[in-house]
Design a protein around this ligand. Structure first.
Ligand SMILES: Cc1cc2nc3c(=O)[nH]c(=O)nc-3n(C[C@H](O)[C@H](O)[C@H](O)COP(=O)(O)O)c2cc1C
Length: 370
């Protein structure tokens, strides 16, 4: 297959933004920031490298909208106006190429620790987290309105910093995902309980963000198809949430799954090329049937032939990659030039700790999947 034959090489427009091909770099926390979420030129270098590697749309790692929503040490922030010039350097570096860049904005809710944010983490409901030993405090109504405003201010800054779009992090058990989830949101006020009440938060965040960036700026979401826990969010409800957002003007939906209670569902380590790739593929169908907007699928895509099939069969419009681009930032360019062998990433997930590829350092030339 050559560049001109592959559907992966075809441009597609999302909310007025033309993406040159069907490769997305899924949000990947960089671990390059200082305690306050500011950062230096290593961040710029990372995004310059990715942009040079052929990816059409790059989504940054999640960036906190307020310091009390910081998920982990070395996470970046978009919580203050003085970070706009820092992010401007990143967007300028990407725009030296014909790639596009979106920022993923997030509030961690319960998925953080007191040591990280200096206070008790907060959540829709005080559901304890075994992994961290944290029991969050329940958000008050005023807290909720304050956080919604923080998302809007973060989105405004993103636009000022030259981003082409913002992506709401509505997946993986962070705050938006906590509100959507029946097992994490057991409130009995207007922000919880029924499906309509649980989705009120994400709809309000979307409205506030839209109000801050104006009608023509693209806003996306990464959303859980499933929480992958008993009593969690399932595709039928989650596709309806996404549809409600699209009706309001949301431009694209990236499908993922899992929460911080089940990390291995988000980032599976058992991916075998040609055998069990694209591990959320089965759950993309209800989204395809319900939503009239471009879909991105993330999770375990390793073989160019599988990526091609996902897009040519219309399972999704974009293939979204995380770990493979940590190992090989120029993988999209290689695939578009005709590479047929799978990504070198073996899904060991040691990059969770280091953000660099452990295997790459050990065996730079081997393509080992066993
Ligand atoms: C090192 C690392 C950092 C990640 N950071 C984020 C993040 O900031 N936001 C997010 O939505 N997902 C994050 N993820 C999840 C990935 O975007 C993706 O959903 C998951 O790794 C599955 O895709 P893959 O098989 O292509 O790696 C991260 C994953 C890894 C391994």
């Amino acid at each position: 297959m050559t560049l001109s034959d592959s559907i992966l090489a075809q441009p597609m427009t999302i909310g007025g933004l033309t993406i040159k091909n069907r490769f997305v770099r899924s949000a990947t926390a960089e671990r390059l920031a200082r305690k306050d979420g500011s950062f230096g030129d290593k961040m710029v270098d990372l995004y310059r490298t990715l942009a040079g590697g052929g990816t059409g749309l790059i989504i940054t790692g999640h960036s906190f909208v307020r310091l009390d929503g910081k998920a982990s040490a070395r996470m970046s922030g978009i919580d203050t106006d003085d970070k706009v010039p820092l992010w401007r350097k990143v967007t300028d570096a990407v725009h030296d190429t014909d790639a596009k860049i979106a920022i993923q904005i997030n509030h961690a809710g319960r998925q953080t620790t007191e040591a990280t944010i200096g206070e008790q983490p907060m959540a829709p409901s005080p559901v304890p987290m075994e992994a961290t030993g944290t029991t969050p405090r329940e958000l008050t109504r005023d807290d909720i309105l304050g956080i919604i405003d923080a998302y809007a201010q973060a989105a405004r800054r993103a636009k000022e910093a030259g981003f082409d779009a913002v992506q709401l992090h509505g997946a993986h058990g962070y705050l938006i995902s906590q509100f959507n989830s029946p097992y994490l949101n057991i409130r009995d006020d207007e922000w919880g309980g029924s499906p309509g009440n649980r989705r009120r938060f994400v709809l309000a965040v979307y409205d506030a963000v839209r109000g801050a960036v104006g009608e023509s700026f693209p806003v996306f979401i990464k959303i859980n198809c499933r929480d992958c826990v008993d009593g969690g969010l399932e595709p039928e409800e989650s596709s309806r949430i996404a549809a409600a957002l699209v009706e309001k003007g949301l431009c694209a939906v990236e499908i993922s799954g899992g929460t911080g209670d089940v990390w291995n569902e988000i980032i599976r380590t058992d991916v075998r090329p040609g055998k069990n790739e694209a591990y959320f593929e089965l759950h993309a169908k209800p989204f395809r049937e319900t939503i009239d907007a471009p879909l991105m699928l993330v999770g375990g895509m390793r073989s160019p032939s599988v990526m091609e099939r996902i897009v040519s069969q219309g399972v999704a419009d974009f293939v979204s990659l995380c770990r493979p681009l940590i190992r090989e930032p120029d993988l999209p360019a290689q695939i578009l030039a005709g590479r047929t062998e799978p990504a070198k990433c073996i899904s060991c997930t040691k990059c969770m700790a280091t953000r660099t590829c452990h295997q790459e350092r050990k065996n730079p030339t081997r393509n080992r999947h066993d």
